[in-house]
Design a protein around this ligand. Structure first.
Ligand code: ACO
Length: 333
């Protein structure tokens, strides 16, 4: 008989730059107000990396903390996956740079690009590498320095994003615990509503591309908003069902932290009371692929999760992409 492993998260860590940029600070840069940003998004401040800090630096720091939390040595890591849309450079991958920084010589390493859904995508890949006996101990990292691709003169986008990294160690866990189900989805036909137009092979970097500000995030906020509200609820429901659970079985909900109105709408659709929903976007803004692992690490360290709790992680992002996971928490507290 084929034995199917249970795979789960056994350690978490996060890294956030020290510098805090408040809404009041942004009032000095663009035509906006603290009141507008808070009421439309729920965001109060965000962290911003200095000019010497790249995505791999935050990713490495978060990874070290996750390894320590898991009680696993660097030599035991055989897979490193970094989800990011702000890699240090096109190649080598940020995951390979993290491998070098950690000295994780036994690992294979690669990046995943699924924007804000990247962490859930990476978790799914790690789960299946382990179930398929390709890997035993995986580091899954969501890391971003979005401040580097934001137009700080554009009030439509600069108020929304922040920098940070979250990491988890994924491995086989006690039978019946860990990842119960994952759903992933994409709609490339709608990709235009959220993108970084230049810097790749379609519009390579040039003086003109920089002058035309094409290396910054471009977004149709309203379209993204409508898509997000629909897909967060739908995807969560699909994965809850796939996991053999009902809505009442959900103990904790960690949504992608983009906008409090999107989170509230999803929680309402899932009939989840506020105390089951984790929110930290008031402190960090939208951390893209780092959003869920940073929130997860905070929730764990705040003692919000008990062994056996069913947790839903759900994200949406550029691509367009979305993904959700149900995880039965396997760690003793
Ligand atoms: N301060 C003041 N006014 C602003 C600001 C600001 N920072 N930003 C936009 N406005 C103005 C707009 O210019 C517009 O003015 P106009 O009517 O004169 O043109 C007005 O506010 C209203 O704009 P709306 O777009 O209707 O505002 P809305 O309530 O929809 O909120 C927001 C905008 C916050 C962007 C919302 O649509 C949203 O959160 N969308 C989702 C964005 C998102 O999650 N993106 C990340 C995806 S993740 C990834 O993959 C990177």
């Amino acid at each position: 008989m084929n034995y199917i492993k249970s795979v789960g998260i056994v350690g978490t860590g996060r890294a956030l730059p020290d510098k805090i940029v408040t809404n009041k600070d942004l009032e000095q840069k663009v035509d906006t107000t603290d009141e507008w940003i808070r009421s439309r998004t729920g965001i109060g401040s965000r962290r911003v990396a200095d000019e010497n800090t790249a995505t791999s630096d935050l990713a490495t720091e978060a990874a070290k903390k996750a390894l320590e939390d898991a009680g696993i040595s660097v030599d035991e890591i055989d897979t490193i996956i970094v989800a990011t849309v702000t890699p240090d450079m096109a190649f080598p991958s940020t995951a390979c740079i993290v491998q070098k920084n950690l000295g994780a010589d036994r690992a294979f390493a690669f990046d995943i690009g699924a924007a804000c859904s990247g962490f859930v995508y990476a978790l799914s890949v790690a789960e299946n590498l382990i179930k398929g006996n390709m890997a035993k101990n995986a580091l899954v990292i969501g890391a971003e320095t979005l401040s580097k691709i934001i137009n700080w003169e554009d009030r439509n986008t600069c108020v929304l994003f922040g920098d940070g990294a979250g990491a988890v160690v994924v491995k086989e866990v006690e039978e019946g615990y860990g990842i119960q189900g994952i759903t992933l989805g994409s709609n490339g036909a709608k990709g235009e509503v959220l993108r970084q137009p230049a810097g790749g092979s379609r519009i390579p970097a040039s003086i003109e591309s920089v002058q035309n500000k094409l290396h910054f995030i471009a977004m149709d906020g309203n379209e993204v908003f409508k898509f997000a509200v629909r897909v967060m609820g739908q995807s969560s429901l699909e994965t809850i069902k796939k996991s053999g659970l009902d809505l009442e079985d959900v103990d904790f909900f960690i949504p992608h932290q983009a906008n409090i109105r999107i989170i509230d709408a999803a929680a309402k659709r899932l009939k989840l009371p506020k105390e089951k929903v984790y929110v930290n976007l008031h402190k960090y803004g939208n951390l893209s692929a780092a959003s869920i692992p940073v929130a997860l690490d905070e929730a764990v360290k705040e003692g919000k999760l008990q062994k056996g709790d069913n947790m839903v992680l759900v994200a949406f992002g550029g691509g367009l992409t979305w993904g959700s996971a149900v995880v039965k928490w396997s760690k003793e507290v």
